[in-house]
Design a protein around this ligand. Structure first.
Ligand code: ASC
Length: 148
């Protein structure tokens, strides 16, 4: 009887842990999606300014580029183990090639930092090139590691 209760207790604890980790995975997914959503918001405005769909305002552009560069360092921590299960487009390949994934994120961080610096100069062409380069780093990761 005692063994039966101990067995039940162990089972309840095991299920409890499983539920807790599913919850912490969902939290991590939401955390990183929040960061990507902030970046998407500002990059959308940056692209619109470059395309002439929105008036080019150097100060506003630089403010957004600074946010991009700061927030680019946020998502990595949210790619916790096994967080390809849940409400996410992240492919399982991220965890199979984690160092390559990290390298791609780093390229994005460098490109965002470069854009932020360029946007403080008066060199519009360099700023535009830096924005295009940043967009390419977004795309290269999405092509490989994000489900459609
Ligand atoms: C964005 C956004 C992306 C990238 C990508 C760049 O604004 O939401 O996912 O730019 O389209 O190629």
């Amino acid at each position: 009887m005692k063994r039966f209760f101990l067995g039940c207790l162990a089972l309840v604890m095991l299920i409890g842990t499983g539920v807790a980790s599913a919850q912490s995975i969902e939290k991590a997914i939401k955390y990183r999606q929040g960061a990507f959503s902030v970046m998407g918001w500002h990059f959308g405005a940056i692209v619109d300014m470059i395309k002439g769909k929105r008036p080019f305002d150097r100060e506003d552009f630089a403010r957004r580029a600074k946010i991009m560069s700061d927030v680019s360092f946020i998502p990595l921590e949210g790619f916790v183990a096994n967080s390809f299960e849940g409400s996410t487009k992240s492919k399982v390949e991220i965890w199979a090639n984690f160092s390559d994934f990290e390298a791609k994120l780093k390229q994005m961080q460098e490109a965002a930092t470069h854009l932020s610096t360029a946007s403080l100069s008066d060199d519009y062409d360099a700023t535009k090139r830096a924005a295009i380069k940043l967009g390419k780093t977004c795309k290269s990761c999405h092509d490989e590691y994000r489900n459609k």
